[in-house]
Ligand binder design. Structure first.
Ligand SMILES: NC(=O)c1ccc[n+]([C@@H]2O[C@H](COP(=O)([O-])OP(=O)(O)OC[C@H]3O[C@@H](n4cnc5c(N)ncnc54)[C@H](O)[C@@H]3O)[C@@H](O)[C@H]2O)c1
Length: 312
């Protein structure tokens, strides 16, 4: 019998990629909800039973009934937007997440797998960073980190199993390119394909641990099949970091683009470097497989295709 999976934030980057993967594997029925605040309906794969709903609405419990697993990705997640509106950040990321746990509890789902973030390490100098570290600074990271305590309490008082995932910088097809300041990959690729000069904020020497969305999907599947992931937290990164200048050079070489980027003043509040200690996830037999050049090609193909369709 097919497993029934519910995904919140299914119209976003990570949610739509997971839905695609589950439907392609064929062993899953997928229901998805999203309020389309940031996601787009065109991104939801065919075959998903889609509901335009807000995670803060108590009526979502009816969608959870009959689900085996819930993946909770819906969030307000642009750090600078969150800094501008801490109240809405807490409302969506904390109250909304608790409402998702409550719905999962009432619907007796087997397990909820939810997105935390590597941003909770933003105040730490310890690299690579293990899961035992935490130094959230921004409203976004505090909102993400606090949900872990609710997850622990739902286990303690209601025996609801969960897994927390601390993604580093996830990239790949369907990555959000519509934001005012899009993630670096999308931003560089779009500008180069349009023959506009790409922009780097700061010196370009900040280093980031990038992980392809296919690799995190491998771990998502593991969360449903391996009980050793229950009630624990895992870093999901590649365990290698690159400077933004190195990323720029790789994209420019893949697109045979010769011009230099322009440098603008740094964005405030960003950590200088991140790097995941992934030994815990690796100890369960998972490891990242997509190398940077191959992964970047998949992002480039996606963006070229979106441009052809007139979406960009
Ligand atoms: N992409 C990354 O690199 C990364 C890194 C660390 C953590 N995360 C976390 O992973 C999760 C998925 O990230 P993503 O990149 O897919 O983000 P995304 O913005 O592409 O997707 C989030 C989705 O949630 C929806 N949403 C927002 N508020 C909602 C609400 N109140 N009710 C219902 N839907 C709502 C949005 O419309 C959007 O489609 C998020 O929780 C994010 O914080 C992502």
């Amino acid at each position: 019998m097919k497993k029934r999976v519910l995904i919140t934030g299914v119209a976003g980057f990570v949610g739509s990629n997971l839905a695609d993967r589950l439907l392609t594997e064929g062993d899953y029925e997928v229901t998805g909800l999203d309020n389309l605040a940031y996601g787009v309906i065109e991104q939801v794969p065919e075959g998903v039973k889609f509901h335009k709903e807000d995670i803060r609405d108590s009526s979502i419990v009816s969608l959870f009934e009959g689900s085996d697993f819930v993946f909770h990705f819906a969030a307000k997640n642009c750090i600078s937007d969150c800094q501008l509106d801490p109240v809405e950040t807490a409302d969506i990321n904390v109250r909304g997440t608790v409402n998702v746990f409550e719905a999962a509890k009432k619907a007796c789902v087997k397990k909820i797998i939810y997105a935390e973030s590597s941003a909770i390490y933003e105040g730490s100098d310890l690299l690579p960073t293990p899961e035992t570290e935490n130094k959230p600074q921004s409203f976004y990271s505090i909102s993400k980190f606090s949900t872990m305590y609710f997850a622990e309490a739902y286990k303690r008082f209601y025996n609801l199993n969960s897994t927390a995932l601390r993604y580093f910088c996830v990239y790949g097809p369907r990555q959000d390119y519509r934001r005012t300041i899009p993630p670096v990959f999308s931003s560089f690729i779009i500008k180069i394909l349009r023959s506009e000069q790409p922009v780097i904020f700061g010196t370009g020497e900040k280093r980031r641990d990038f992980i392809h969305v296919d690799d995190i999907n491998d771990f998502h599947i593991k969360c449903m099949t391996d009980s050793k992931t229950d009630n624990d937290v895992f870093n999901l990164g590649s365990g290698v970091n690159y400077s933004i200048n190195e990323i720029y050079d790789t994209i420019a070489s893949l697109l045979e683009y010769k011009n230099k980027p322009s440098y603008k003043p740094d964005l405030p509040g960003e950590a200088f470097a991140n790097l995941a200690d992934i030994s815990k996830a690796k100890s369960l037999g998972w490891s990242p497989k997509v190398d940077l050049r191959t992964g970047l090609k998949s992002s480039i193909d996606f963006i070229k295709n979106e441009m052809k369709k007139g979406n960009i």
